[in-house]
Design a protein around this ligand. Sequence first.
Ligand SMILES: [Zn+2]
Length: 420
Amino acid sequence: MIGLSGRFRKDNQNTVNKEQKTPRRKSGLLVLISLLILGLGISGLFMACSDASDTSSGATGNPMPPLVTDEGTATPVEGTNAGDEDVSEASETSLPADSEEAAGQSLQQVPVYEAADPASVEADELGQIMVLMYHHIREPEAEWSRTPDHFRKDLKVLYEQGFRPIRLIDYARGQIHVPAGTTPVVFTFDDGNENNFRMIEDEAEEWIIDPDCAVGILMAFHEEHPEFRPHATFFINGGTPFGQPDWVDFKLNYLVTNGMDIGNHTETHLHLGDASAEQLQQELGRIQQLMNRYVDDYPVNTFALPFGSRPSSDSVAPYVERGTYQEVTYVNEAVLEVGWDPYHSPYHRDFNPHKIRRVRASETKVDGVGMYDWLASFESGSRRRFISDGDPNTIAIPESRAELLREDLEGYEIRLYEAP
Ligand SMILES: [Zn+2]
C-alpha cells in the first residue's frame, strides 16, 4: 500500500524522505554503437522513402500491439538515483515499513522489463508519443477542467490500450522504460492547482491525500495496477504550489519521492512575448529557488511555456533553455508547448526536446484534437504510436522507417526488422 492509505501529520511533514535526486545516467553497460545505420546497408532507403513521414505512413495500418499481460516482473535497478540510507525516515509517514514501495524507493528507480523480439510485438520506436496536458481536476467538466471520474476513465482507457507512463525527462533524454509491446505516455499538469494535490482530513480527523485530487487518483490507480507507474510532471508557478501553505514541504517531497516531477511554469505565469532576458531568467530562476527551499538537489529541468508563448526577441529566446538568476542556474532539457497532437519519438529526426507539443487531455472544446481523437487515430493507423521492444538500450524499428532516425544518436543499438 502506498500514499493513499497513509495518514500524515502536519508536524511530521518535514520528516518525509528527502531523497537526493540526481539526473539519470545511461547505464555503463550500454553498447556504444553510435548509429551505424549506414554500416547496416540501408542508406539506399534514404532516397527511396525520402518523403515518408509519421503522419502519412500508416497506409498498411497500425494494428494494436499485443498487450503484455505479465508485467509484474519489473524490478527496480539500484544506483540510478538516490541511495537507500534514508529508507527508515520514510516510515514516519505511517506507511508499512517493510514495503520497499511504501518508502517510495522503487518509484524513483528505473524499472527493467524483459526485452522481446521486435517483430513479435511489432515494435516501432519511431512511433509517436502523447504528452498529455491537464489543468484542473474538479467538477464540473469544462475546457480546462477534467472531473475526477473522467480522469479515472482516462487512466483506465490508456491502461487497457497498452499505454504506460514514463517521466517527461526520460522522454526528452530518450530513455524509455516500458514493457515490450506497450506505448509510453507522459502526464503533465499545469499551474500547480490545489486540486492537483490536496490534503484533507478524514472522518477520524487524520490527514490523507484527497482521493479525488490528481495525485490521489494516480496513486490509487497505481496501487491497483502496479506496472502503471504514477509518473507525472507538475508545472508550478511561484507563491504556494498546490495551495495549503502548511503542506508545501510535504507535497513537493512526496511527489519527488514517488517518481513524480516538478516542472517550471514561471513565477508569475508570465506571457513571454515581450519578456526581457533579465525578466525571463528571474521568472525561471525563482522556481528553482523555491524548490531549493524544500527539496535537496532537485534540478527543475523541464519548462511548460505559459500560454504556449515564446519570447519574440531572438536575443531573449536562448534563456528559455538555460540561464542564471542570483547564482541559481537552470537548464531546461524539455520545453513544452500547448500543442495539439502526439509528438515525435525521441529517436525521430524531427524530434526537438525544446519544442515538444502536447495533447489536450479533455473531451470539451478540443476541436477534434483531444486525447480520444488521437487514440482513434492510433487505432486506425493514420498515426503510428511508439511501441517498445522492452529494451531501453535498443531502438527497434521496421526496416522501412529507418531513414526517419536521428543521425546524432549515440549509445543505442539499432535493431531493424522486416515488418510483416
Ligand atoms: Zn498555465
